[in-house]
Design a protein around this ligand. Structure first.
Ligand SMILES: *[C@@H]1O[C@H](CO)[C@@H](O)[C@H](O)[C@H]1NC(C)=O
Ligand SMILES: *[C@@H]1O[C@H](CO)[C@@H](O)[C@H](O)[C@H]1NC(C)=O
Ligand SMILES: *[C@@H]1O[C@H](CO)[C@@H](O)[C@H](O)[C@H]1NC(C)=O
Ligand SMILES: *[C@@H]1O[C@H](CO)[C@@H](O)[C@H](O)[C@H]1NC(C)=O
Ligand SMILES: *[C@@H]1O[C@H](CO)[C@@H](O)[C@H](O)[C@H]1NC(C)=O
Ligand SMILES: *[C@@H]1O[C@H](CO)[C@@H](O)[C@H](O)[C@H]1NC(C)=O
Length: 351
C-alpha cells in the first residue's frame, strides 16, 4: 500500500501550546540551516550526526510509484542535501543508529500502511555503509524484522540495535551480526494509552530512544508519546535490560497530550538534561537536578526562550541530534503545517 498526501491530512488543524516553562535567561540561539522545498517536501523522521559532521536523515513518507525510499545526507556547512542511497522495498524510514563497525549505520524502514503503521512483515533493519565525506552509501545487509507493524526510535549497543515498537509497547532487539530479531521485553510504561488503543495516538507508546553513558552504565532514555512521559532503563553490554523502567518526568501541558501535541525523539546531553522534539511546534528541555526532580522548559517554540529565532517556526519537530563537540543540537522536522507537507527543516540550536 502506498501512502498518499491524504495520510498527512489526518493531522488536525491545531497548533499545540508550548506547555509550561520555568523561565531563565534566553541562552539558546536557533538558526534554520536547511529546509526541503515544498516541491520535494521530505518529512524528516530522524537524524544522526556523522563523524564528518554531516547529517544522515531518514524520511517517514516516500511518495511515488516506487518502493525505493531515498536516504539523505545534509552538509550543514553548505546546506546542501543529496540522496546517498535508496532502501529497497521501503516507503517509510524511521530510526538510525551508528553501529560499532567503521562507517556502518543501521536504519529501520518498511512499507507504510494505514494509521502510521508499517504493513506487517515488511520491516527491515538496513545496514548501510557510508564513508567519510562519501557521496554515496551502500546497503550491505537487509535484516528482516518479522511480525511487527512498528519500529520507531533506534539505538545501537555495539552491533545490536534496540528498536522502539510503539504499537507493541516493547523493545525489539536485532543482532546485526547473527541477523536475528526478537522481542527484548515489553513493559506497561512503554505501552500507549490503554484507555485509547483504537486511536492512532493512543497506541503510540515508546517512540524515541537515546543511549547515554552515566558513571560507567548504559542508559536508554525514551519518550512515550501517548503518556507524555520521558524515562529510561539500563542495559548491559549486550543490550539486555537490567533493572526496571523508570519514568523521570510526565510532561505537563496546557493542551492535552494528543496527536499534534506529542513527544517524539530525544537526546540527553552531558549534564543529563533531555531535549525532546515535541510535535507540533516545540523543542522541549527536561532538566534533571541532582535530587532527582525535573523541570521542563520550552527552548524553541511558542513561548520559548531561544533568541535569534525570529521567523523560525518548528513545523512538526520529530527528531534531535547532538552536534559534534557539544554546544549545539540539530532539530529535524516533518514540515507538516496544518496537515500540509511543506518540507522538513533542520534547525541548529545552541545549548
Ligand atoms: C524486495 O522484496 C521482494 C519480496 O519479498 C524480494 O523478492 C526482493 O529480493 C526484495 N528486494 C531487495 C532488493 O531486497
Ligand atoms: C568532500 O567531498 C567533496 C566532493 O563530494 C569535495 O569537494 C570536498 O573537498 C571534500 N571535503 C573534504 C574535507 O574532503
Ligand atoms: C503480523 O504477522 C504475524 C505473522 O507473521 C502475526 O503473528 C502477527 O499477529 C501480525 N501482527 C499484526 C499486528 O497483525
Ligand atoms: C484517542 O486518540 C485519538 C487520536 O488518535 C484522539 O482523537 C481521541 O481524543 C483519543 N480519545 C481519548 C478518550 O483519549
Ligand atoms: C531539587 O533541586 C532543585 C534545584 O536545586 C530545587 O529547586 C528543588 O527544590 C529540589 N527539590 C527537592 C524536592 O528537594
Ligand atoms: C493546505 O493545502 C490545501 C490544498 O492545497 C490548501 O487549500 C490549504 O490552504 C492549505 N493549508 C495551509 C494551512 O496551508
Amino acid at each position: 500500500m502506498k501512502p498518499s498526501p491524504a495520510l498527512l491530512a489526518l493531522l488536525p488543524l491545531v497548533a499545540a501550546g508550548g506547555g509550561s516553562f520555568g523561565g531563565g535567561p534566553p541562552s539558546h540561539v536557533a538558526t534554520e540551516i536547511f529546509s526541503f522545498p515544498p516541491t520535494n517536501p521530505v518529512f524528516i523522521e530522524n537524524l544522526l550526526v556523522l563523524p564528518d559532521a554531516r547529517l544522515l536523515l531518514t524520511s517517514f513518507v516516500h511518495f511515488g510509484p516506487d518502493t525505493d525510499s531515498p536516504l539523505y545526507v545534509l552538509n550543514p556547512a553548505t546546506s546542501s542535501v543529496s540522496a546517498v542511497t535508496t532502501l529497497p522495498n521501503s516507503t517509510s524510514q524511521t530510526g538510525i543508529a551508528k553501529l560499532s563497525g567503521a562507517n556502518q549505520y543501521a536504519v529501520t524502514a518498511g512499507i507504510l500502511g494505514d494509521n502510521f503503521e508499517f504493513v506487517n512483515n515488511t520491516v527491515n533493519v538496513y545496514v548501510v555503509s557510508l564513508g567519510w565525506n562519501a557521496s554515496s552509501a551502500t546497503v550491505v545487509d537487509t535484516i528482516p524484522v518479522p511480525g511487527v507493524v512498528s519500529a520507531n526510535g533506534l539505538v545501537a549497543v555495539g552491533n545490536v540495535v534496540l528498536s522502539a515498537d510503539s504499537r507493541g509497547g516493547r523493545i525489539l532487539r536485532v543482532d546485526t551480526v547473527t541477523r536475528t530479531s526478537s522481542v527484548a521485553f515489553a513493559d506497561p510504561l512503554l505501552f500507549g494509552d490503554p484507555a485509547n488503543v483504537s486511536g492512532s495516538l493512543g497506541i503510540t507508546g515508546v517512540n524515541g530512544l537515546f543511549l547515554k553513558w552515566h558513571a560507567g552504565q548504559r542508559w536508554v532514555y525514551f519518550t512515550n508519546t501517548a503518556r507524555g512521559t520521558y524515562g529510561r532503563f539500563k542495559v548491559d553490554s549486550l543490550g539486555h535490560k537490567v533493572g526496571s523502567v523508570q519514568v523521570l518526568r510526565t510532561v505537563t501541558s496546557a493542551d492535552p497530550i494528543g496527536f499534534t501535541n506529542s513527544l517524539d525523539d530525544l537526546v540527553v546531553d552531558e549534564d543529563g538534561d533531555g531535549y525532546i522534539a515535541w510535535q507540533d511546534q516545540t523543542l522541549l528541555k527536561v532538566k534533571r537536578y541532582g535530587n532527582g526532580t525535573t523541570a521542563q522548559t520550552v527552548v524553541l517554540g511558542p513561548g520559548g526562550v531561544a533568541s535569534g529565532n525570529a521567523g523560525i517556526t518548528l513545523k512538526t519537530p520529530t527528531s534531535v541530534a547532538l552536534g559534534l563537540g557539544g554546544g549545539h543540537i540539530y532539530v529535524g522536522t516533518g514540515g507538516a503545517e496544518a496537515g500540509n507537507l511543506t518540507g522538513g527543516q533542520v534547525v541548529k540550536v545552541t545549548i
